[in-house]
Ligand binder design. Structure first.
Ligand code: HEM
Ligand SMILES: *[C@@H]1O[C@H](CO)[C@@H](O)[C@H](O)[C@H]1NC(C)=O
Ligand SMILES: *[C@@H]1O[C@H](CO)[C@@H](O)[C@H](O)[C@H]1NC(C)=O
Length: 542
């Protein structure tokens, strides 16, 4: 009942405010072409979240309307949707904080994590970012390589032990990888053992995070869509009551947050005395940085307990499932492309032979970087299967968004830029941009890592932080962990492909790219009760 009452009040208020705003501001982006909105209240939002295959809708629309078009948002609003690289560069990289997050998205992060880096805006965000940046410098990240290798080795040992008994392992690949990356982030960030690989089903934290995005965001119905869309019209302090709604998914979010807070306190409890005792004045690991920030004299470098725990929660959620799902899709593609899998394994083994010949026993960063086929497979997987398929931004000021690919307006005019008013919502489809034939070639819908050896990058609009991809986003809020993730993936792939052969399951299953909000994950078609799932047949590599 309270849930219904809160929803009703929120949606009614939002509807009123949206209508008022429409009457006051008639200009908008009506001259931009786009698919007709199927419903005044929900716009295209319901169709979008109910897509069977993630992003099929924008793949279709970009063929029909060009690379920038208009879709329907909730409450009769218009959303400017784009896959245009120049528009992305302008909004994410050149405008600083002038394009901000939608309340709906940063408040959802706040409900999950509290005041961490993903849920704070403007000056606060700048402060969080400044404090965290040193922990993610290229030099510092190198020191994590032995950890990545140790956890990858541990996963290997577990599979080998199972294979001794069975000869062939039919298992949920994503679950294993998710546990491994959870252990990695726990140790890298907090020197804490989440015990996910060893504990398996018994690891409370691994169980707590499992399928969190699916549980909260998958296949929302109209009432949920409208309730969440209403947040964009309401004052943020009022939204804090959502935390206490005694109904799904708010209870699920609260339970995970409570569980995490116990861990957070335990980690702080164990770490603070150590950091104090050792006076790690120069230490750059994430935990000591956060603890030091708590006692900083400089208000620009301060962070309180609430923020520290939120940061830990955020790193745990942002730093494990993203990487493990990307690896999952990569190994899935390798299972479908045996020829590439063989070549990749050969390259890994030949570099390994060189390492042995020089008396070494582990890959260095330079060795990993010399694995071109591995790096190309990572790039190609980030391109075709971006875990965050796109992001919304809201214009804070009136502006004009430039386009690399002009579009034709409803009156036949050619638009090489789109004027927008403050408050205009934009959706940047990263998945769509990463399928542009003009940028990636004609076979853009095929997983083909070799494209990265022949791409001419000089001619393209530069976007993103890596390989001209948007998968890690860009600009002031780009992924802080992108290098961390790359080295982690390189280390895991070198270990796993050297030792194992990956094949699709004998019994044919259809893998679906499912969407939870803007997060993509693999699912077995028709088996959504399994949650995120990627069944795989693993054996020892010849
Ligand atoms: C393949 C792996 C990964 C992908 C595809 C990915 C993608 C992204 C994207 C798209 C964003 C922007 C989100 C937004 O603006 O709302 C982001 C932000 C972020 N990522 Fe990643 N990420 C990955 C791995 C990691 C790792 C390993 C870490 C930590 C060790 C991490 C930590 C973060 C943090 C803290 C933010 C928030 C940055 C901010 O708002 O300033 N990510 N990531
Ligand atoms: C943000 O907008 C203001 C006002 O329009 C402008 O002066 C400023 O240069 C913009 N900032 C960036 C980084 O573009
Ligand atoms: C942060 O500072 C407060 C007040 O100075 C103190 O009570 C708290 O224990 C500190 N927390 C950490 C994690 O250092």
């Amino acid at each position: 009942m309270p849930a219904l009452a809160v929803s009703f009040v929120f949606v009614t208020l939002a509807l009123l405010l949206a209508v008022v705003r429409r009457v006051v501001d008639r200009k908008g982006i009506k001259h931009v072409r786009g698919p007709p909105s199927p419903s005044f209240l929900c716009g295209h939002e319901e169709a979008y979240v109910r897509q069977e295959e993630a992003c099929d809708l924008e793949f279709k629309w970009m063929r029909e309307y060009g690379y920038t078009w208009r879709t329907g948002g909730a409450f009769g609003t218009d959303v400017l949707t784009t896959v245009d690289p120049k528009a992305m560069q302008h909004i994410m990289q050149k405008s600083g904080y002038n394009y901000t997050k939608k309340t709906t998205s940063f408040h959802m992060s706040w409900l999950m994590s509290g005041p961490g880096i993903v849920s704070v805006l403007g000056k606060d965000h700048q402060r969080h970012r400044k404090i965290m940046n040193p922990a993610f410098s290229a030099a510092h990240l190198r020191t994590f390589l032995p950890l990545f290798q140790r956890v990858a080795g541990k996963l290997s040992e577990k599979w080998k032990a199972d294979l001794m008994a069975t000869g062939e392992l039919n298992t949920m690949l994503n679950t294993w990888l998710s546990r491994a990356t959870l252990d990695v982030i726990g140790e890298a960030a907090f020197d804490f053992d989440y015990n996910a690989l060893d504990g398996g089903e018994r690891s409370a934290i691994s169980k707590g995070y499992k399928d969190i995005f699916k549980d909260v965001d998958y296949q929302l119905g109209k009432p949920s869509i409208l309730f969440r869309a209403s947040w964009d019209y309401l004052p943020v302090p009022l939204l804090k009551v959502i935390k206490y709604i005694p109904a799904h998914p708010w209870t699920r979010i609260r339970d995970l947050n409570n569980l995490y807070r116990e861990y957070g306190r335990q980690i702080l409890h164990e770490q603070v005395p150590v950091v104090d005792a050792e006076k790690k004045a120069t230490s750059k690991d994430i935990m000591s940085i956060l603890i030091k920030a708590n006692s900083s004299e400089n208000p620009k470098m301060r962070m309180d307990d609430e923020e520290i725990i939120a940061e830990m929660y955020t790193l745990t959620i942002a730093g494990h499932e993203t990487t493990s799902t990307t690896l999952t899709f990569l190994l899935y593609e390798l299972a479908k492309n045996q020829e590439y899998q063989d070549r990749m394994r050969q390259e890994i083994r030949s570099v390994r032979a060189q390492i042995t010949a020089r008396g070494g026993n582990q890959f260095t960063i330079e060795d990993l970087d010399s694995l071109t086929l591995t790096m190309n497979a990572i790039k190609e997987t980030l391109r075709m299967h971006p875990i965050v398929v796109g992001l919304h931004r809201v214009a804070e000021k009136d502006d004009a968004i430039p386009l690399a690919y002009p579009v034709t307006s409803t009156t036949g005019e050619v638009l090489s830029e789109i004027p927008v008013r403050a408050g205009q919502v934009v959706f940047l489809s990263y998945a769509g941009y990463q399928r542009l034939p003009e940028v990636w070639g004609d076979d853009t819908n095929v997983w083909n890592p070799d494209r990265f050896s022949r791409l001419e990058t000089g001619k393209q609009t530069n976007v993103g932080v890596f390989a001209n991809l948007m998968a890690f986003s860009a600009g002031v809020r780009a992924c802080i962990g992108w290098r961390f993730s790359l080295i982690e993936m390189q280390a895991f792939l070198a270990e796993l492909l050297d030792n194992f052969q990956f094949d699709l399951p004998a019994e044919k299953v259809e893998i679906q790219r499912a969407l939870a909000g803007i997060v993509m994950f693999p699912m077995v078609k028709g088996k959504e009760s399994l949650g995120g799932a990627m069944p795989m047949r693993i054996s020892l590599a010849q």
